[in-house]
Write a protein that binds this ligand. Structure first.
Ligand code: ZN
Ligand code: ZN
Length: 392
């Protein structure tokens, strides 16, 4: 396989490489040698192909010229979280795993909303993600921090030439819809329209609401460039950090982990070990205490009938998780007792305190005989004065 790849690379002239990469900016399905050959190449950064991605990061520096307004900052924050939901609730839980259903038009809308995240097309995203689940933390995994290192798993893999084509044979269930293939092929279309919309909104507000102190360029820098760059890195944390940071509840074959911090940044995707254990469920936070905002929003969308057929976590998996947590808590207590002997002495006090508390509770229910009237120990001072004999 590697000799085929090297012969193919040797034949390719620099001009051909550059022109192919340039054509792929506009038509991501275009290849000069065929997608299969491209996928067999060794990993290497394709700078020309990545220029739009580099431009996205450099666009954040535009803030030096456009300045800041509270409206622009709040727009950036809102667009981060709304589009994080698009990544997690749409690209991940719908297109990659099909954890719920919707109508064909609903599916088209989901693909358009997903396109605003600037994370390429829904089919490209789903293909790579399904591949990740198949080969998680193995040599084949395109973004395993254990195989390729942190930086490559976070950002490097997305710049590699071999990871650009979509393997439509691995997403046949989605590739049968031409409207989805169209949006996937011309994946720059929705982001460009989205950016133009943000610029237009800023320009309108500059004219009709000057009190907001924003304008087209400022809103473009904050609402598109900064918000989208943050959104990319927030999402990429799942590929890199979620296989390094946090607790492992389930003994999966990979090194996926559960992290509350990552669950906040990514609206619920931080429960990544849960997800690797059972990827068909709509929720990633399996228990009520595992906050999963994406799931709550999907429940709300189901209640208004836009989506339906949300898939639950099987009770056998929930029981398995509870047992694993129970074992982990006992192990942690044993380790704590070994590490801190004084903790063991303290434990002797606890049962005694519990016994006293229990006895007190029972005592309160005992019927105490009522004291007779005027039998108070401390009578009123005026009453006491009557007791004193003035002749004495
Ligand atoms: Zn993973
Ligand atoms: Zn997944």
């Amino acid at each position: 396989m590697s000799s085929v790849a090297s012969r193919s690379s040797a034949r390719r002239t620099p001009w051909r490489t550059i022109s192919t990469a340039f054509a792929q900016w506009f038509d991501s399905d275009y290849t000069s040698d065929g997608p299969e050959k491209m996928r067999q190449e060794p990993d290497r950064v394709d700078v020309v192909r990545c220029l739009p991605f580099i431009f996205l990061h450099l666009g954040c520096l535009g803030v030096i010229w456009t300045g800041v307004s509270s409206f622009a900052v709040w727009t950036a924050v809102a667009l981060y979280f709304v589009r994080m939901f698009f990544v997690t609730g749409i690209y991940h839980r719908y297109f990659s795993h099909k954890t719920y259903s919707t109508s064909r038009f609903g599916q088209f809308l989901l693909a358009v909303f997903g396109g605003t995240t600037v994370q390429r097309g829904a089919l490209w995203w789903a293909y790579h993600h399904r591949h990740h689940h198949q080969h998680s933390d193995e040599a084949e995994d395109a973004h395993s921090p254990h195989v390729h290192g942190f930086l490559w798993s976070h950002i490097g893999w997305i710049t590699s030439r071999r990871n650009f084509p979509t393997d439509y044979s691995k997403v046949k269930d989605l590739a049968k819809f031409p409207e989805l293939v169209f949006l996937n092929r011309f994946d720059l279309l929705v982001p460009l329209l989205f950016a133009a919309g943000i610029y237009g909104l800023g320009a309108l507000l500059a004219t009709f609401a000057p009190g907001l102190h924003t304008n087209g360029l400022q809103l473009l820098v904050w609402g598109f460039f900064i918000s989208t760059t943050a959104l990319f890195h927030g999402t990429a944390c799942i590929n890199s950090m979620a296989h390094l940071m946090g607790r492992r509840r389930f003994k999966t074959t990979d090194d996926s982990r559960n992290s509350f911090i990552l669950a906040i940044i990514t609206l619920g995707e931080g429960w990544h070990n849960n997800h690797h254990r059972y990827q068909s469920a709509t929720r990633n936070g399996f228990y009520w205490w595992e906050m999963d905002i994406t799931y709550y929003v999907l429940k709300a969308l189901a209640s208004v009938g836009f989506i339906w057929g949300l898939k639950a976590v099987p009770s056998s998996v929930l029981n398995e998780g509870e047992e694993a947590d129970h074992r982990a808590s006992i192990l942690a207590a044993q380790r704590a007792a070994l590490a801190h002997p004084e903790f063991s002495a303290f434990k002797k006090v606890v049962p005694a305190a519990a016994a006293i508390a229990l006895a007190t509770v029972q005592a309160s229910s005992v019927q105490v005989p009522k004291r007779p009237e005027r039998a108070a120990l401390h009578r009123d001072v005026t009453e006491r004065t009557h007791d004193i004999d003035p002749q004495a």
